[in-house]
Design a protein around this ligand. Structure first.
Ligand code: MCA
Ligand code: AMP
Length: 524
């Protein structure tokens, strides 16, 4: 390949027969839809030609907040193809959140749902964005109308491995979200590594045409957008595509599929289905979990019910995938092939991982410390935050993950905690500092603390503990109601308490561990 545009690598893996089905899905009205590989190629060419016609400056960002659809994936491919930078946004984000992202990233193009055009376009035009298109989940909107006027042939723009392909916002422990800049080289190297490590096969499988992926995750984060979509495309594998996760629909698709990827909550919800049996899962080759810790109970119960051992892996927005349990015997680690629950496996080929103390000194096997990583998958830095980027790397070039863990004598990595104050709820990250900031701004609030407590469905959820100013009286329901009007729904604390004081250590620091302990049984 003469250039490093990720789209070109994905396109090169499309099967020779472009008339075969690449994606099978259902329209919002229930109509079955089939997209061939040729459809993906032509539709992404049309959109890429539309983007090219806008004459945007090189490196322009295309910010996208739309419902999941195959056209939304095509927009991602078209952005790569046209050489611009894709910036996906969670559909749950509300106006203040969107205003920040658009203000910070200064996209040249914004694509939103038809229903949100009013408020999103106002924010975008106010911040200097030149073009706002709409895209509905039912193939409506100005993006497709405009793209239809363009040619369905397009030559992918030349890109070097170091050129930006995407920016993924990931919240900071203090202050606002940071845009993790991922390059064509980061994404491609990780996709190629995973294709091999997870044993993707282009032949065999249920219809004689290789692996078939059940895609049931949102496409605005690493897991659904990169790991899943790249995984299928770079192997020329068909996807059975769901706009929303529905355990019954996923179960029904298993006999026609071979690979499934999910956050732990999806596995918990599938386990609640009586139809999840060895027979239902007998055509499946591989179940992959990540984005949050998979409880050993879920791992074991899955084994018992389906006969399959979930492969758990670990990654971050800044690094894409870092470690994985083995799919097959791993020669780098004495041929071990065991997928071990409560571990995230081995560093992927090409990824360096070390566990260090607070002075960045590597720790011996089995000792718990800070996880640091390096490799071709590690991002280029935070968008327009050189100082923050510098802080997150050691002087000798290791990225500080903020995760705490250990490597055992068999080389398996386990994550045992986080040094960053972060709650992972159903696979979405909630940064306490952000929510506390909103609560602290409310009239009558002196201070607040948000802590994560165990939850049977979401793994972990946020609980807010609030202190009133002297003389003020606060209503916990009113606090939650106000947060709901300001923030994405998954960030809303599932419970709020107003109490006289917060536990503090001798330095005056709030002891969140005590609050966590106090409330750990709330949802048991
Ligand atoms: C929905 N709700 C949640 C969450 N999702 N609350 C807490 N945490 C959540 N994750 C709440 C809503 O606020 C709402 O509450 C109620 O549940 C129903 O909302 P709905 O949207 O209908 O929920 P759902 O469709 O059942 O969604 C649950 C879900 C979803 C399918 C588990 O959260 C999901 O798709 N999670 C996957 C996230 C993901 O892909 N993460 C990968 C990140 P109310 O009614 O009160 O408003 S990538 C990553 O982390 C790294 C790099 C990696 O390693 O992969
Ligand atoms: P994000 O900011 O969305 O990229 O989330 C990345 C974080 O998710 C990591 O730093 C980990 O804390 C967490 N994570 C991802 N995969 C796993 C896993 N398999 N086990 C535990 N934590 C995980």
């Amino acid at each position: 390949m003469s250039h490093h545009n990720l789209f070109s690598a994905l396109r090169a893996a499309f099967p020779a027969d472009l008339s075969s089905t690449a994606v099978e899905t259902t329209a919002p009205d229930g109509t079955p839809l089939f997209y061939t590989w040729g459809d993906l190629d032509r539709a992404s060419a049309r959109m890429a030609n539309l983007l090219a016609s806008l004459k945007l400056p090189e490196g322009s960002r295309v910010a996208v907040q739309v419902e999941k659809s195959v056209e939304a994936m095509v927009l991602y491919l078209a952005t790569l193809r046209a050489g611009y930078v894709f910036l996906p946004l969670n559909t749950a984000y509300q106006s203040a959140e969107i205003e920040y992202f658009i203000g910070n990233a200064e996209p040249g193009v914004v694509v939103c749902t038809p229903g949100n055009f009013g408020w999103v376009s106002k924010i975008a035009f106010n911040q200097g964005t030149g073009h706002v298109f709409t895209l509905g989940d039912d193939r409506t909107g100005s993006l497709l109308e405009r793209a239809a006027h363009h040619s369905d042939v397009h030559q992918p723009v030349q890109k070097s491995a170091d050129d930006l392909a995407a920016i993924l916002y990931t919240s900071g422990t203090t202050g606002r979200s940071k845009g993790a800049m991922l390059t064509h080289g980061n994404l491609l190297s990780n996709a190629v590594t995973l294709k091999d490590y997870w044993g993707w096969t282009a032949t065999g499988g249920p219809d004689g045409r290789g692996d078939v992926l059940i895609h049931a995750l949102p496409i605005f984060h690493v897991h659904g957008l990169f790991v899943a979509i790249h995984g299928a495309l770079i192997n020329g594998s068909k996807m059975i595509w769901f706009a929303k996760f529905d355990p019954k629909a996923v179960l029904a698709a298993m006999p026609r599929a071979t690979v499934f990827m999910g956050v732990p909550t999806l596995y918990v919800r599938l386990l609640a289905e009586a139809g999840l049996t060895k027979d239902a899962a007998k055509n499946m080759r591989l179940f992959i979990a990540g984005s949050a810790p998979l409880l050993i109970e879920t791992f074991t119960e899955w084994q018992r019910r389906t006969g399959h051992t979930i492969l758990e892996r670990y990654g971050m927005s800044e690094t894409i995938m870092l470690t994985s349990n083995p799919y097959a015997a791993d020669k780098r680690h004495a041929g071990q092939s065991e997928r071990r629950g409560a571990t995230v496996g081995f560093p992927l080929p090409g990824v360096g991982l070390r566990v260090v103390d607070d002075a960045n000194k590597p720790l011996p096997v089995g000792e718990i410390g800070n996880i640091q990583v390096q490799g071709p998958n590690v991002f280029k830095g935070y968008w327009r935050m050189p100082e923050k980027t510098k802080e997150e790397f050691t002087a000798d070039g290791w990225f500080k993950t903020g995760d705490v863990g250990k490597v055992d004598e068999r080389d398996y990595v386990s994550i045992v905690g986080r040094s960053k104050d972060l709650i992972i709820s159903g696979g979405y990250n909630v940064y306490p500092a952000e929510i506390e900031g909103y609560i602290n701004d409310m009239p009558g609030v002196a201070e607040s603390a948000l802590v994560g407590v165990p939850h049977p469905d979401f793994g972990e959820v946020g609980v807010a503990v609030v202190i009133a100013k002297p003389g003020a009286s606060l209503n916990p329901d009113a606090i939650v109601a106000q947060l709901k009007s300001q923030l994405a729904n998954f960030k809303i604390p599932k419970k709020c308490f107003v109490v006289p004081e917060l536990p503090r250590n001798t330095m005056g620091k709030v002891q969140k561990n005590l609050l966590r302990e106090q409330h750990k049984g709330l949802f048991a």
